[in-house]
Design a protein around this ligand. Structure first.
Ligand code: SF4
Length: 153
């Protein structure tokens, strides 16, 4: 049986982004030759609607959100931190129940960002909420920008 790989739903082609569209990875077919892909969208799993207003950090990053900081707001000024925390723990539940140890997540997202997130309008180094939680629980987490490190090229 192929190894399972958790993947951001929008990279898989699901229309789960805040605008209701996707960011389907062009190498998806190649990826599927090696892995059984398990698509998830932490923001939807956290109870947010699609489409939805975009969200961003007002301070810190996903590490702080998991620590209990309410540091994420959406474009309408609503604090959405609890939804991001809930979504991250739901994704972790999927990983634990299926023994998934690797994830390929969408860079720059406040949930899925692996190395970069938006602090206000500024792109900065940091982790999304789900990325942080998965890394903290021992998963290997790479972004689509690090695709070649999934040993599939
Ligand atoms: S939360 Fe992750 S999977 Fe969902 S739309 Fe944003 S980047 Fe894609």
């Amino acid at each position: 049986m192929k190894e399972m790989l958790l993947i951001s739903g929008c990279l898989f082609g699901l229309n789960c982004r805040y605008k209701g569209d996707n960011k389907k990875l062009k190498q998806l077919k190649k990826l599927q030759k090696k892995y059984l892909l398990i698509p998830v969208c932490p923001e939807q799993l956290g109870g947010l609607s699609t489409p939805r207003p975009p969200s961003y950090f007002i301070e810190g990053d996903g590490k702080d959100t998991i620590a209990g900081e309410n540091n994420l707001i959406n474009e309408q000024g609503e604090n959405v931190s609890k939804h991001f925390r809930k979504g991250a723990y739901e994704v972790l539940k999927v990983c634990k129940q299926l023994n998934i140890t690797k994830a390929l997540l969408k860079e720059r997202s406040p949930s899925c960002g692996v190395n970069k997130i938006f602090l206000g309008e500024k792109l900065t180094a940091g982790r999304g909420v789900t990325s942080f939680l998965l890394l903290a629980n021992g998963l290997t987490v790479l972004s689509e920008k690090q695709y070649t490190r999934m040993e599939i090229t």
